[in-house]
Structure formats: structure tokens, C-alpha cells
Ligand binder design. Structure first.
Ligand SMILES: [Zn+2]
Length: 266
């Protein structure tokens, strides 16, 4: 079994049950069959830490970007993003996108920031990690306007309907499911997970957020991406091994790199 947690914030994990030791949390994930982690940047302040973690672990990759809800801190221009993305540990641009739920007022700055990230992705040839919340129409429109299909990427923590999934796939994007798909209330999303072409699917934790059933409400950790994959396997009437294999293949095809040479248990 080899799973990839395609979206986690390793610099923000609650490590209380691991004596504050990130390495132990990662080992618990490996023991659960998780063999690779994409540690996602949310701002210029946390990027150095994200990069440090990726450098220290051969099974951790990094992204660079500023989350649409980041109000403080630097808002990098295209040039800066391109420069930071040149580091070999950096495999993606993001997370970026639009969030009209948690930000208010005239959000032109968010759209402008989003466009800069797309430009940087195109300049570097690295795929995009998209965060989209209550902003479906504008997100898809800007992806189209800016020619994001040139690089593609992933709609992370996808919670939208089938039509939106199809529109994203038309732009050459993948769809990533988080713990939300395991929630009882997520019937429509479960339908999307059932129908989605396997070659477009990724799994993630978005840890420390959004822990899947049966750990809903607790601080999330990468080890639990297995619960997401198990749930999807059941939905699709497929063996867990098959979901693991195809989502891992999809991950490395999209983001490049290769699995670290270590044994993953489970
Ligand atoms: Zn995230």
C-alpha cells in the first residue's frame, strides 16, 4: 500500500500525541501506508518552514504561494513567486484561488493575487493548487482567462457539484477529496467521488483541518488520509489498494518526482 497525502500543512500539525515530534507523526503516517506528503504553503511567512521540512525529508515535497484568505504578510509579485518556485523541493504553486466566504468587501485584491499565481505557474511550468470557496464562477472564469489549462493542477478539498468537477477537468485539473467526503451530510459530494474518472482523482487530509470520520472534530494528521481513501474505495466498490495505486500514480504524474526508497507498511 502506498498512499500520498496530496495536501497537508505539516508546519501546523497538533503534535501533542507525538511529544511535539513531527518525525513521529510522519512515521505514524508511513506505518499507515502513507508514503509521500505535499506540504502546502499558505504565505510568505510560513514558506521557509515548509521548505525546511521538505528539505529534511525525502518523502515530503513543498509548494509556494499565498492563501486567498491571508490578509497580513507579503503579497509577492510574479517574479518573486517564480524565483521561490525554482527550488527543486517546490513542485507546485499554491495554495491559491478565491474565497468569498471568509473575506469581505471588494475582493479585487484576491483576484489579482490569484492571477499572479497562475502567471507564475505558467512561467515555471509547475501545476496549481486551487482553493475555492463560494467563488466557483469567478475561480473557473479566471482559470480560463489566464490560460491555466497550460499547467493544470488540482482543485484541493473539493466540495462542489458534478458540473463544477467537469468544468475543472475540462481545464485539465484534478479533483482532490479530503475528509469532508466522509461526512454524513456530504451526499452530493459522495456522488461526485463515485462518478469521477479514476485518473483525475487525488486524496488529501488538509491536516490539521477537516479530520475524516471516524476522527471527525479532532486535529487532523496525514496518517488519516487512509480513512479518506478507504471511504472512497467503498463508495466506488473498489479495493483500497486500487484507489491507493491510482491516486498515487496521478499524484506523481501531476507533480513529478518519485516515491522515496523506503518501506511503507500497512
Ligand atoms: Zn490547505
Amino acid at each position: 500500500m502506498f498512499l500520498v497525502d496530496s495536501h497537508c500543512h505539516l508546519d501546523r500539525l497538533d503534535l501533542a500525541s507525538y511529544d511535539g515530534d513531527l518525525d513521529r507523526a510522519l512515521q505514524a503516517a508511513r506505518d499507515n501506508g502513507v508514503g509521500h506528503f505535499l506540504c502546502v504553503s499558505i504565505g510568505m511567512d510560513n514558506f521557509p518552514e515548509v521548505l525546511r521540512i521538505a528539505r529534511e525529508h525525502d518523502d515530503v515535497s513543498a509548494s509556494v504561494g499565498v492563501h486567498p484568505n491571508e490578509h497580513e504578510g507579503k503579497d509577492p509579485d510574479v517574479e518573486t513567486l517564480v524565483k521561490l518556485a525554482a527550488d527543486p523541493e517546490v513542485v507546485a504553486i499554491g495554495e491559491t484561488g478565491l474565497d468569498y466566504f471568509r473575506s469581505e468587501g471588494d475582493l479585487e485584491w484576491q483576484r489579482d493575487r490569484f492571477r499572479r499565481h497562475i502567471a507564475a505557474a505558467k512561467r515555471t511550468g509547475k501545476p496549481l493548487i486551487i482553493h475555492m470557496r463560494e467563488a466557483t464562477e469567478d475561480t473557473l472564469r479566471i482559470l480560463r482567462e489566464e490560460g491555466a489549462d497550460e499547467v493544470g493542477g488540482v482543485m484541493h478539498c473539493f466540495v462542489e457539484d458534478w458540473d463544477t468537477a467537469k468544468a475543472a477537468m475540462d481545464l485539465d485539473f484534478h479533483i482532490s477529496f479530503s475528509g469532508i467526503v466522509t461526512f454524513n451530510s456530504a451526499r452530493a459530494l459522495q456522488e461526485v467521488a463515485r462518478k469521477l474518472p479514476a485518473e483525475r482523482m487525488l486524496v488529501e487530509t488538509d491536516s490539521p483541518y477537516l479530520a475524516p470520520v471516524p476522527n471527525r472534530g479532532k486535529p487532523n494528521q496525514p496518517a488519516w488520509v487512509r480513512h479518506v481513501a478507504e471511504f472512497i474505495a467503498e463508495l466506488r466498490n473498489a479495493p483500497l489498494e486500487q484507489v491507493a495505486e491510482v491516486t498515487t500514480e496521478n499524484y506523481f504524474r501531476l507533480f513529478g518526482g518519485r516515491p522515496a526508497l523506503r518501506n511503507v507498511a500497512g
